[in-house]
Design a protein around this ligand. Sequence first.
Ligand SMILES: [Zn+2]
Length: 317
Amino acid sequence: MLRASARCMSFFLLSLWSSTAVAGQDSAQAVEMSVEDARAIIDRVGKGRSLQPESWPGGARVAVLLSFDADDETVELRTGGNSINVLSDLQYGRIGLKRIVALLDRHEIPASFFIPGISLALDPHKAVLINQSGRHEIAVHGWIHENPASLSRAQEKAALQRSIRTIEELAGYTPVGYRAPSWNFSEHTVDILRELNLLYDSSLMSDDSPFEILRNGEATGLIELPVSWVPDDASYLLPRNAGAISPRDWLTILKDDFDVAYREGTMFLLTMHPDIIGRRSAIVVLEELIDYIKSKPDVWFASHRETAEYALQQSAD
Ligand SMILES: [Zn+2]
C-alpha cells in the first residue's frame, strides 16, 4: 500500500536520484567535489539564526505544537486516483478529523491543520469543523499533494496561490504558514514563499527549535518550525509498512522525545494525519500523550502561527 511515509520516501529517493542524475554525478565524480561546491549545494536552503526564545508565554519551558496534515484522497489523486480501495482508506481522514477536533476541544488546546487546497474544496465542511472553536489554524499544504520539485517555478507558485485563495474562500482568512507536500522543497520553494508573504514554513529537519531560513547564505525573514520523522504517525503507524509498530510503542517514543524537549526547554512538534491518528486504536494514544504532557508544569500548547509570531517578536526585542 502506497501510503504517506512510503510515498514520502519514494519522493525522497526520486528527487535524490533525479538530482544526482541531472548533475551527472556518480561516486567517481562525487569524490572530486570540492568543499566550496559542497557548501554551495548545502547552502541553497540553510539554517540561520536561532529563534528559540528564552521562555515561551507565561514562562513556559516548552512549546507543544500539534499538527495534522489533512491530505485525505489527494495522496492517491495526485497520481490519477486509480485505486478505489486506497481512496476509501484515505477518505477515512474525514472520520478521523471529527475525532481529532473533538479531542482538541475536550482538552481546550489549539492545533494547526495543513490541508491541500483541493482537499478543502472537495470537503468544505473541514473548514467549518476546524474553525468552530476559534483556536485552530488552517495552513497551506500544496494543491493536490504535488511534488514541488517536479514542477516549473510558475506551476509551483500557481498551485500555492490557488491553495491560498481556496483557504481564504472556505476558511475566511489568509493563511500564513506552509508545509511542503511530503516535506519536499524545490529549488524555488523558499523564494516563492517569500513572494507570497508567508510567515513560516514547517518542512525542514535540521533542528528541533525555531530558526530563520537562509537562502544561499542570505537571511530570508522566513521562520522555520522544524519537523521530524520521529514524531510523525506516518513513520510508524501504517499497518502495511514494514516498519509499523504498535501505537502504544509509538507513545513510548513520543514521551521520550517530549521529555528531552522539556528538559532542554525548546519545542515539541508532532506531525499527524487524520486517516492515521484518527483510527480508533491510535486516537486513544494521542489522548494519553496529551494527558502526559498536561501533567507537567510550564507547558505551552500553541498553533504553529502563534509559535512563529511569538518567536519572531521575542527575537526583535
Ligand atoms: Zn501531506
